[in-house]
Design a protein around this ligand. Sequence first.
Ligand SMILES: CCCCCCCCCCCCCC(=O)CC(=O)SCCNC(=O)CCNC(=O)[C@H](O)C(C)(C)COP(=O)(O)OP(=O)(O)OC[C@H]1O[C@@H](n2cnc3c(N)ncnc32)[C@H](O)[C@@H]1OP(=O)(O)O
Ligand SMILES: NC(=O)C1=CN([C@@H]2O[C@H](COP(=O)(O)OP(=O)(O)OC[C@H]3O[C@@H](n4cnc5c(N)ncnc54)[C@H](O)[C@@H]3O)[C@@H](O)[C@H]2O)C=CC1
Length: 318
Amino acid sequence: MAPRGSGLDWRGCALATPPGWDWPSAGCPPARPLDMASQLRLRSALALVTGAGSGIGRAVSVRLAKEGATVAACDLDRAAACETVWLLGGQGSEKVAPGGAHTAFQADVSEAGAVRRLLEQVQACFSRPPSVVVSCAGLTRDEFLLRMSEDDWDRVIAVNLKGIFLVTQAAAQALVSSGCRGSIINISSIVGKVGNVGQTNYAASKAGVIGLTQTAARELGRLVRHPWGHGIRCNSVLPGFITTPMTQKVPQKVLDKVIGMIPMGHLGDPEDVADAVTFLASEDSGYITGASVEVTGMRPSWGGRGQRSGTQMIRESR
Ligand SMILES: CCCCCCCCCCCCCC(=O)CC(=O)SCCNC(=O)CCNC(=O)[C@H](O)C(C)(C)COP(=O)(O)OP(=O)(O)OC[C@H]1O[C@@H](n2cnc3c(N)ncnc32)[C@H](O)[C@@H]1OP(=O)(O)O
Ligand SMILES: NC(=O)C1=CN([C@@H]2O[C@H](COP(=O)(O)OP(=O)(O)OC[C@H]3O[C@@H](n4cnc5c(N)ncnc54)[C@H](O)[C@@H]3O)[C@@H](O)[C@H]2O)C=CC1
């Protein structure tokens, strides 16, 4: 057994130590000095967030900015996107934004031309593609299967699934053509995994997001090589009920039923989802791609009681 502090592992092999580290007599590596700069996990990142004008997208924008990212906040509702940028301390919309400030953009993610123009505007504004892309834009048109209209089906699929296809494709094209690595995070839902009464359209769209993201992860991980490793990572986040304007439409009797199933006994906050997104956006998840991270307040796949949720695992990992 190599003596402690010798810099050798239990077999007597030299431990890989970063330059400048000297093994203290205790034999365990010193905790990496966490100065302020190293605590800003996204210091040089440009993050594009869709659906940034409300709820989870707004919380994600705030959290990424706190970690040092510059945020391109996109929403169908321009005023709402501008309000998010104002909350971040930025002044801008794409017309007046000085390069580098947080900036608001308007686009309907379900329209191919709008998404193409969005990526063009973001790159023109910041002279680089976004290295973090978080697709939060989404909507519900809930109805029982027997009564659901074709329009309700079409619109939910167009925004929640096709919208994520268009944004993921445009962002990946920009990153690959510039040889940049990146992290793409798509917001699905636990409904995409377990279904939900009144949501055949929404559940199908969110299940599709999971499959799209897993496939994109397989294709994009190898496309961009960097000395320090991975290419473009793609992961999805599957929230449970989160308190946002989207859930305000849910009948109280339904919410009461669901809350009874959640071990923590309450709905999640948008910040709970933002925590998981920030982890996946940062190098802390550098070897994670193709994953589906559940943020539901209960054990994975919405069953059982008392197990750790995705958020708990991430918090414990710090
Ligand atoms: C209780 C079991 C829960 C199982 C867990 C499954 C996962 C669910 C967690 C989802 C978390 C993620 C959510 C998300 O991604 C964001 C969103 O999508 S928020 C919107 C979520 N939408 C819904 O849950 C649908 C809610 N229902 C409705 O909006 C209306 O019921 C609907 C428009 C479908 C029909 O309205 P109406 O014709 O007026 O019928 P009622 O409202 O009176 O309902 C009749 C009857 O059906 C029961 N019911 C309706 N929806 C649900 C539901 N989602 N889960 C369970 N039961 C539901 C309702 O309680 C009534 O029951 P009664 O006993 O007859 O009163
Ligand atoms: N709130 C919840 O309980 C859960 C939400 N989600 C998902 O999280 C994402 C964000 O949801 P919330 O913040 O709760 O909803 P929200 O309604 O508060 O915010 C959605 C935002 O998306 C924007 N948007 C809608 N359609 C758009 C389009 N075509 N193009 C661009 N922007 C568009 C809206 O203007 C809005 O600002 C959605 O994808 C939703 O499906 C997933 C699981 C649970």
